[in-house]
Design a protein around this ligand. Structure first.
Ligand code: UDP
Ligand code: MG
Length: 316
């Protein structure tokens, strides 16, 4: 097979029910174009026979590259594993294995890629999922948007077409708790969201339990915001100010109206004051922890898009 221009990366965990449908769709897609495409299937430690099916397929069709993880690592790491082995020269299409993300949208996405977008991501117009999940997703993306320092687009998952250079950058980001849709938008360059209707799962059940969704949401919030720690300091300062106001009012009442109960006031004042002092101290420690946290992520400090040196434009 020629060097592929495009790689599809598909993480799979216990997906033997959808597997035949998935391969059918991917084969049809590859047969319908002359563009050299490879598909990277990642087995995330499946307990059913997904790995076997992958094995047979990859042995007879060299457009498929299969990797098998030693155990179940979860969607984000399985995806990262896939991204680390792609051979594409141009771009990578990330899809879920359950056909909720129509692989054929690649052709639309690719048109935008050709216009110079490094990241073309899908934005869900409608979700065909349970009510609770829908509400939870909706709330989560809005919360994340309001507190995050990276501009993470609303209602978009990992389903996207990303340029080779963005893949290389993702591979260079060694952070251990990965929230790929956030890292992807942090990287920058030109990005565009395309609306689509998210389909129902073609077969089988969701592999994301509520616990895993929660963990993903947690990673999103704590990896991409500083606000929770900053909030401690704000709370502390508010508490100290309140105690001072309370102290002022008490003094006023004592000297003007002489109606202040003794003992109780002093106790309350000291409690609120020191509560505040403790919170501020925690906030200070938090600031240092935050700096350590960002340092150990070991991300590149900045990403240069291009340069002009000696009258020549150099694209990095
Ligand atoms: N997945 C995975 N490892 C896991 C859980 C899920 O590789 O531990 C894969 C799964 O096979 C699917 C994709 O991640 O291809 C998205 O999972 P799922 O469809 O279950 O999530 P949902 O769409 O319900 O959020
Ligand atoms: Mg799904």
């Amino acid at each position: 097979m020629d060097k592929p221009e495009i790689s599809f990366v598909v993480p799979l965990y216990n997906e033997s029910k959808v597997f035949p449908l998935l391969i059918q769709r991917l084969n049809a897609l590859m047969d319908s174009t002359t563009q050299p495409i490879e598909v990277v299937l990642v087995d995330d430690g499946s307990r059913d026979n997904t790995a076997q099916l992958m094995h047979f397929l990859a042995l007879e069709d060299d457009r498929y590259q299969c990797i098998f993880l030693s155990r179940n690592y979860g969607h984000q790491l399985a995806l990262s594993a896939g991204l680390s082995v792609i051979n594409a020269t141009q771009a990578v299409m990330i899809i879920d294995g359950d056909l909720q993300d129509a692989p054929e949208l690649f052709f639309d996405f690719y048109q935008h890629f050709l216009k110079g977008y490094d990241v073309v991501y899908a934005v869900r117009k409608k979700r065909k999922e349970g009510y609770i999940k829908k509400v939870a997703y909706h709330a989560f993306y809005r919360l994340l948007r309001s507190i995050s320092y990276a501009e993470i687009p609303l209602d978009s998952g990992d389903f996207s077409l990303i340029s080779k250079r963005v893949v290389d950058l993702l591979n260079q980001m060694p952070e251990e708790s990965r929230f790929i849709r956030g890292m992807r938008s942090w990287i920058g360059f030109k990005q565009i969201g395309i609306e689509y209707d998210r389909q129902e799962r073609a077969a089988g059940d969701s592999k994301y339990s509520f616990k895993m969704l929660f963990k993903l949401a947690y990673n999103g919030i704590f990896n991409f915001s500083k606000i929770p720690i900053k909030l401690i300091t704000v709370l502390g300062i508010t508490s100290i100010l309140l105690s001072l106001v309370y102290f002022g009012i008490t003094l006023f009442r004592k000297f003007v109206y002489h109606d202040v109960p003794t003992g109780f006031t002093a106790l309350l004042f000291v409690m609120i004051l020191f509560g505040g002092v403790q919170l501020v101290s925690l906030g200070v420690i938090g600031e240092y922890v935050l700096r350590i946290f960002f340092q150990v992520k070991n991300r590149p400090l900045f990403i240069i898009k291009n340069r002009i040196v000696g009258k020549k434009l150099i694209n990095e």
